[in-house]
Design a protein around this ligand. Structure first.
Ligand code: HEC
Length: 196
């Protein structure tokens, strides 16, 4: 293979430094790309269809992103495959289990209207998640464990305000919440509390 073709593949295969990829790109990857690439832990990229095809593939899903974002999105897939985990997110997890609108805005991907919230380590047990929005809430919330176990919670609240659902954690580990909304309102708060 000519060196020029090999070079981008080698660049992408470099180990990804923790948290040097901007949070917004990580949120975009976790709400868009991860829905297909979640739990791919093969350790390496195959590039079976070639670098050019991979670039086109990323642009088809992400739209016309700048080259550095495109590179970061590709590196996030490398990280998924090598570390078999989500990329570390540079944001503090509130100790009281309440996320305000400012924090949630940083965890929002406006293009796909979805949020990806690191919930921190949740010990085994039952939890109640409460979402608030200035208007009707509709969409699908997912609770995802560090090992990519995913539980779906379709949410449908035609009235203004708030909706809650209860989820169980069988084995204590780091957890995430992904919420894809079919409405245009921003989340105004999220609360996670023990329910037992
Ligand atoms: C609808 C499902 C879907 C979405 C969404 C998606 N992909 Fe893919 N992607 C695939 C499939 C299927 C392949 C080919 C099989 C494979 O290598 O995993 C692929 C291949 C790739 C490859 C080449 C993998 C390799 O081993 O050579 C990269 C890199 C990639 N995707 C990155 C992304 C990024 C970044 C996003 C988000 C912008 C994304 N994909 C969104 C389904 C998807």
């Amino acid at each position: 293979m000519p060196l020029l073709l090999l070079l981008p593949a080698l660049l992408w295969a470099l180990p990804v430094q923790a948290t040097d990829i901007p949070l917004a790109t990580v949120v975009r990857f976790n709400t868009l790309c991860a829905t297909c690439h979640e739990g791919e832990c093969s350790g390496r990229l195959s590039f079976d269809s070639g670098i050019r095809a991979t670039e086109n593939h990323i642009r088809r899903h992400a739209g016309d992103v700048p080259p550095d974002v495109l590179g970061d999105l590709a590196r996030l897939l490398v990280h998924t495959k090598q570390a078999c985990s989500y990329y570390p997110m540079a944001i503090e997890i509130p100790k009281d289990g309440r996320w305000d609108s400012g924090t949630l805005a940083l965890l929002h991907n406006a293009k796909e209207n979805a949020w990806f919230v690191p919930l921190g380590h949740l010990p085994a047990g039952r939890y109640r998640a409460t979402l608030r929005q200035n208007g009707p809430i509709e969409g699908v919330a997912q609770i995802i464990s560090e090992r990519f176990d995913i539980a779906d919670f379709p949410l449908h609240c035609p009235e203004d305000g708030q909706i809650a659902f209860v989820f169980a954690v069988d084995r204590g580990s780091f957890h995430f919440l992904r919420f894809r909304s079919t409405r245009n309102q921003a989340l105004s708060s999220l609360e996670i509390r023990r329910a037992d």
